[in-house]
Design a protein around this ligand. Structure first.
Ligand SMILES: NC(=O)c1ccc[n+]([C@@H]2O[C@H](COP(=O)([O-])OP(=O)(O)OC[C@H]3O[C@@H](n4cnc5c(N)ncnc54)[C@H](O)[C@@H]3O)[C@@H](O)[C@H]2O)c1
Length: 348
């Protein structure tokens, strides 16, 4: 039987307490320490999970002898410092999204982890969702046909964050999913933001993403929309696939419909006809499992088997590169900005 892995959870706010619960439920892990700066959060952990050591000092928690692995689930601005300490303590580290607030910080974490031979993983929870996995299978099979474009909507009334804007809060989910489905990152982005709630940060954002091979993506996020939507759509030449996280009966729907241009007269290059396909709407059966639990199991397996996680430091860094380019494009009122190349406006 494999050894029980002692886990430290740093940051036990709204999301972090879920990590305490999930790791407590897994047979090969044990939450040994929970850390938060807020006493009331530690009090709740203590009440629900007796036996877990409680502390307000992250730097001490990551160094504790019985801590074999660390989860960083604090506010985004603090990820870099805490993850850095954890890597220096040579502990495998799972860091919530976004990995860091700058691409330079992500790069530093990735290199530091390599230097110390420490596993790092980013909490791109959606890619551990079996429905997202199922859509990837469709996109990679011939059933979708040629991928034309994809789009995502993530709107709701809040919850409003004090440390990052709505783009940094919500878009990393959709970028991580798009990158996962396409196995690559975008070359450029063009983004606009609006500050409609008057709290000094973008609470609404619209982002266009240019992927290789002419595939275009679009993401709309909002903290100011009373209609809660969590939807991603892929449009291909043979199918349209919808992931709707709110529709628990039918998370994925496949519309076997599409349109393909076909050349009608080979002697005349200008002659094209549109071939319409109109088939069934399929709702595939997808076994239900909790994405966060799948993510935590994947982290433990990566530690035990010494394998690269699906969402490693590189994948987290790529999403942060896209986010930085989005920031720059918002500053430039939507001018296209290259991803990862010091965020030059395209054509400048
Ligand atoms: N993967 C997902 O689906 C998902 C969902 C929600 C949130 N998140 C991410 O999880 C992280 C936390 O989000 P949240 O909603 O729980 O926020 P939150 O504000 O509710 O909780 C953050 C907690 O971190 C604590 N904290 C901050 N700095 C600390 C430090 N230096 N040492 C110890 N504790 C510290 C705060 O006191 C707070 O309790 C964010 O990075 C967020 O983007 C991910």
């Amino acid at each position: 039987m494999s050894k029980e892995i002692g886990v430290a959870i740093i940051g036990c706010g709204y999301w972090g307490i879920n990590y305490v619960r999930v790791f407590s439920e897994l047979p090969n892990a044990r939450v040994v320490v929970a850390c938060d700066q807020r006493a009331e959060r530690l009090h709740e952990v203590g009440q629900r999970f007796p036996g877990v050591v409680l502390t307000t000092h992250a730097e001490e928690a990551v160094k504790m002898k019985n801590v074999d692995a660390v989860v960083v689930c604090t506010t985004a601005t603090t990820h870099f410092d805490i993850a850095r300490r954890s890597i220096l303590a040579e502990k495998p580290t799972l860091i919530e999204k976004p990995l860091t607030r700058t691409a330079a910080e992500s790069e530093e974490l990735v290199h530091l982890a390599e230097l110390h031979g420490v596993l790092i993983m980013v909490g791109h929870t959606f890619i551990y969702n079996p429905a997202i996995e199922r859509v990837k299978e469709y996109t990679q099979s011939d059933q979708l046909g040629q991928m034309y474009y994809l789009y995502a909507r993530r709107t709701n009334l809040g919850p409003i964050r004090q440390d990052v804007n709505a783009l940094w809060d919500l878009a990393p989910h959709d970028i991580s999913i798009f990158n996962y489905w396409l196995d690559t990152k975008p070359d450029w982005v063009s983004a606009v933001g609006a500050r409609v709630l008057g709290n000094g940060r973008e609470d609404v954002g619209f982002v266009a993403l240019g992927y290789p091979n002419g595939v275009v993506g679009h993401i709309h996020v909002s903290w100011a929309d009373p209609n809660k939507v969590r939807e991603l759509v892929v449009v291909g030449s043979k199918q349209r696939i919808v992931f709707d996280d709110i529709n628990i009966q039918e998370r994925v729907r496949v519309f076997e419909k599409g349109v393909t241009p076909i050349q009608t007269d080979s002697s005349n290059y200008g002659e094209f006809q549109l071939l319409m396909r109109d088939g069934d709407i399929i709702s595939p059966r997808i076994a239900v499992s909790e994405p966060l639990k799948n993510e935590c199991i994947h982290f433990l397996e990566a530690i035990e088997q010494g394998k690269q996680p699906k969402s490693g430091g590189k994948e987290g860094w790529e999403v942060v590169q896209v986010m930085e380019a989005i920031d720059r494009s918002v500053e430039l009122h939507g001018a296209p900005v290259e991803v990862g190349l010091l965020h030059k406006a395209v054509g400048m």
